[in-house]
Write a protein that binds this ligand. Structure first.
Ligand SMILES: *Cc1c(COP(=O)(O)O)cnc(C)c1O
Length: 396
């Protein structure tokens, strides 16, 4: 007999668990597309996305997934033939760069490791070599969802500045926004993008892009622009232009509820919650690793992401993920890219609290026991001890 029935728990890095309040906000009839409700909804969302990205720049909302957000960011600031530098630390920046290459950019990948963050010194050195400033943009991710690496976005900005390089700095925050500190203006990011279905707790289907004045300036010269993604059209006061057609109304109602929840908790509160739940997951993983069959993919503890933990397995990781899904009703993430077949991922991202993450960890430990996979005992106990020592009532 399995014990899988009951509420299904998503512990994979996207799409993530959707709060009931967000689902309920979407259960409503469609509206006339330029009604006051939809005009006001668009305005509050674009304004509140500025607060989430922490920018005084422009924000754009698209009916698209994260890949659409990538394309939106690229087409608006680049021209065919432009050279761009992609900072590798796993799968996702590389994927963004592959898209740019498809669209006619001349893409160089600064080699990195799947097990470590981007090295700002290497970025500085490469940009110093580019004396005539052929490189027009530097692309990176804050969190690489495949490797589980978190990059130091502020330090990479400092490296670009230290090299005296004028390239646009473009950051993917899909697995980071709402999960850890991001401060677009404070970090000196020119173009940031994200999507609805990870830290922002909304169904897949919305992409967000934020652009500062420098990016908007580059936009005027860009020749990769296409009608659907175009910022100029979307800065038009007419709602129909802002959305390039019918707005994705229901997803927008869902996002409204999700942002209300995040603001009620406070962004800082959401970041601290993710940090605590990530540390609990790491405490469990450290114990399990004593058995020598499991290990952290990211070697340096400070480079482990607060939204997802990638765990290497000496053996077949689907033994663990299949058991979790079929016996316990918990969906873990399998590894992708270079780690396919070698790892699994535990997401602690978005609408998650202690019982949800402790539940996922317990199910992994159950799988390790049931399948006889060597592991250090007491992983879940270590996670509980960590949260017991560090989680507190929120001061009123
Ligand atoms: C999930 C993810 C994407 C892609 O988003 P889709 O909605 O699947 O297109 C891009 N970047 C990062 C960092 C992600 O985690």
């Amino acid at each position: 007999m399995s014990v899988a029935n009951g509420r299904v728990l998503l512990a994979m890095p996207g799409p993530t668990n959707i709060p009931d309040r967000v689902l309920q906000a979407m259960m409503r009839p469609a509206e006339e597309l330029a009604s006051k409700t939809i005009v006001d909804l668009t305005e509050t969302l674009l304004a509140d996305l500025k607060a989430v990205f922490r920018t005084t720049g422009e924000t754009f909302l698209y009916a698209a997934n994260g890949h659409g957000g990538w394309e939106a960011a690229l087409t608006n600031v680049l021209s065919r033939g432009d050279k761009i530098l992609v900072l590798a630390s796993g799968r996702f920046a590389i994927g963004w760069g592959e898209m740019a290459r498809f669209m006619g950019a001349d893409v160089e990948v600064l080699a990195g490791s799947w097990r470590a963050a981007v090295d700002p010194a290497a970025v500085e050195e490469r940009l110093r070599q580019d004396k005539d400033h052929a490189i027009k943009a530097v692309l990176t991710v804050q969190i690489d969802t495949a490797s589980g690496v978190v990059n130091d976005i502020r330090a990479i900005r400092r490296a670009i500045d230290a090299a005296g390089h004028p390239a646009l700095y473009m950051v993917d925050g899909v697995a980071a926004l709402g999960c850890m500190p991001f401060d677009m203006d404070g970090f000196g990011v020119d173009v940031a993008m994200s999507a609805s279905q990870k830290g922002l707790m909304t169904p897949p289907g919305l992409a967000f892009v934020a652009a500062n004045a420098k990016a908007l300036h580059a936009h005027r010269q860009a020749t990769m622009r296409t009608p659907y993604w175009d910022w100029t059209a979307r800065m038009d006061p007419l709602l129909y232009m802002k959305h390039c057609g019918t707005p994705p109304e229901h997803l927008m109602f869902g996002l409204r509820a999700a942002l209300d929840m995040i603001f009620a908790e406070s962004l800082d509160g959401a970041w601290r919650r993710h940090a605590l739940l990530a540390a609990a997951t790491q405490a469990a993983t450290s114990k399990w690793a004593e058995g020598q069959a499991l290990s952290f993919n990211v070697v340096e503890p400070s480079q482990r992401a607060p939204s997802v933990t990638t765990i290497l397995v000496d053996g077949d990781p689907t033994v663990i993920t299949d058991y979790a899904r079929e016996v316990c009703g918990v969906t873990l993430g399998l590894a992708i890219g270079d780690l396919t077949g070698k790892a699994f991922r535990i997401a602690h991202m978005g609408h998650v609290n202690a019982p949800m993450v402790l539940g996922s960890l317990s199910v992994v430990e159950m799988a390790l026991q049931a399948k006889g996979i060597p592991h250090g005992e007491g992983g879940v106990a270590a996670a509980i001890a960590y949260l017991g020592a560090h989680a507190r009532e929120v001061a009123a």
